[in-house]
Design a protein around this ligand. Structure first.
Ligand SMILES: [Zn+2]
Ligand SMILES: [Zn+2]
Length: 241
């Protein structure tokens, strides 16, 4: 199966996959076209590193590191493997994932290639499909509400991006890039409506308050929940609402 029959390029600065044509500048990070490599070459140059977070959750990341690329996660539920977000590199030797659930449209990675190769179903909040970054990507289920799927709870937040959705599976929180961890300090993601991101942070606090959590899976870190929660509370105290 030739998975690379369509033109596809990967920005080596941020990991963004451009489907169908090579842009003058990366629509995500602004880098010039010389920073792009073909998706086919990308899958030869990089592989996917898998690391254990819990017995049923693993992180996935391009190796060696592909620019600013984010971590994606694989959940092993009772009935299937489900990914949260998607690596920028395509690799054909991974176990089949049935679904890829997105937190938002910034980290679509090579999801179109995984979708074709593994017949995976892509889920994303409808609000995040209109953006230019989602152009030419294929989605199978556009959700509008919170939902529960095979033990994974999805909570639509509408901060950072309009469709931003975070997930909880067992004792693991998947928060992607809603907050940045810079040294010991946490800050809210500055991209998007500041007001909605702050409002959403309070909504997150309310939802996680009564959950028994032990790990937090972020876009570039895995943290113990108690440490993360302490920084998150401190962030909310510092933030005017
Ligand atoms: Zn880029
Ligand atoms: Zn983002």
């Amino acid at each position: 199966m030739n998975i690379f029959r369509l033109e596809q390029f990967v920005c080596e600065i941020c990991g963004y996959n451009m489907i169908g044509y090579l842009p003058d500048n990366c629509p995500f990070c602004g880098s010039s076209r010389e920073k792009f490599i073909t998706a086919e070459f990308c899958s030869k140059k990089y592989s996917i590193k898998k690391e254990k977070v819990t017995n049923r959750v693993f992180s996935l990341e391009s190796s060696p590191k592909l620019g600013l690329e984010h971590l994606a996660y694989c959940i092993i539920s009772d009935n299937q493997k489900i990914w949260i977000d998607c690596p920028s590199t395509f690799q054909s030797s991974l176990d089949r994932m049935e679904k890829i659930l997105f937190t938002h449209h910034h980290f679509l990675g090579a999801s179109n290639l995984y979708r074709s190769y593994y017949t995976a179903f892509i889920w994303i909040h409808q609000y995040d499909t209109q953006n230019i970054l989602a152009q030419n990507h294929s989605f199978d289920k556009l959700f509008l509400e919170n939902f529960e799927l095979d033990g994974i709870e999805a909570f639509h937040i509408n901060g950072h991006t309009q469709g931003f959705t975070f997930y909880i599976f067992e004792d693991v929180l998947f928060i992607c890039d809603y907050v940045f961890l810079i040294k010991e300090r946490m800050r809210l993601n500055p991209y998007g409506s500041n007001k909605r991101t702050i409002y959403g942070a309070y909504k997150i606090k309310e939802i996680i308050e009564n959950k028994a959590l032990s790990k937090v899976c972020g876009y570039n870190y895995v943290d113990d929940y108690s440490d993360w929660k302490e920084k998150f509370e401190e962030l909310l105290i510092r933030t005017n609402f």
